[in-house]
Design a protein around this ligand. Structure first.
Ligand code: GTP
Ligand code: MG
Length: 234
């Protein structure tokens, strides 16, 4: 996926005068498939980039897809208890982490902005339970980042109907499953609005494992490229 719509991404980023690479944080329940999604997007070209120097901060795993897009893999939430509490704190900290734009940068104004440009929430399409993700959105993500910067994606599309109507031969959903997934996407959007009061773009669905609809996933990310940096003030 390294070169997919590369020029479009380049043009959008340059036209908006954004800092690049754009930084996308993957969040979601444990086992939703964040790491698998990254592996599917990056293929064999994983470039691991260590960032974050504060010793008290849990290190993020960061990977560049290309010059313009960088992904950050976070630990999943969902097991409850103390570890979850810690994960929430880490996610908040990441979403509020700042970078300072130095003089050598194209912007050269010493402005401070946030590291993460947008959050990609990965949901487990095989599960009916949205509770963890909704709670995470409400209590952590939307507390730190504007709703326009939150993209929702449903992974494991192949398992949405417990594996039924998934074509193993073609690695695509059959009509019944596609219809089910369209309805699921609409209902996720509705439920987010009902419980958090925020209108997000209709979620896309894909399968990291089967490399299904990865283009659509990247299209979704491109649709969320912000018009401005997340300025953090001085
Ligand atoms: N069938 C199917 N399995 C998938 C898909 N995506 C991920 N999986 C499987 O789901 C399991 C969990 O995937 P991970 O990528 O480790 O999930 P994660 O969100 O990174 O989980 P944490 O790191 O614990 O937060 C693995 O066994 C994957 O192989 C998919 O699209 N379809
Ligand atoms: Mg993972």
């Amino acid at each position: 996926m390294k070169r997919y719509r590369y020029e479009d991404i380049e043009n959008e980023v340059n036209a908006a005068g954004l800092l690049y690479p754009l930084d996308v944080l993957l969040v979601g329940g444990t086992g939703a498939g964040k790491t698998s999604t990254l592996n599917a997007l990056l293929g064999d070209t994983v470039a691991r980039v260590g960032i974050g120097v504060e010793p008290e901060t849990q290190q993020l795993s960061s990977y560049e897809l290309n010059k313009y897009l960088r992904f950050h893999d976070s630990a999943g939430l969902g097991d409850g208890g103390e570890a979850d509490h810690r994960h929430r704190q880490v996610l908040s900290e990441i979403l509020q982490r700042r970078i300072t734009v130095g003089p050598s940068n194209i912007l050269s104004d010493n402005a401070s902005c946030y590291l993460i440009d947008l959050a990609l929430v990965v949901l487990d399409g095989g599960s009916r339970d949205l509770g963890t993700a909704l709670h995470l959105l409400e209590t952590v993500i939307l507390k730190s980042i504007e709703p326009e910067r939150v993209a929702i994606a449903i992974n494991q599309a192949d398992l949405a109907m417990k594996g039924r109507y998934w074509s193993e031969a073609y690695k695509t959903p059959e009509a019944e499953l596609r219809e089910f997934l369209d309805e699921k996407a609409a209902s996720v959007q509705r439920r987010i609005f009902e419980s958090v009061g925020v209108e997000v773009a209709t979620p896309v669905y894909f399968s990291a494992f089967h490399r299904y609809n990865l283009n659509t996933l990247v299209d979704h990310i491109i649709d969320h490229i912000p018009a401005e940096r997340r300025a953090a003030g001085q």
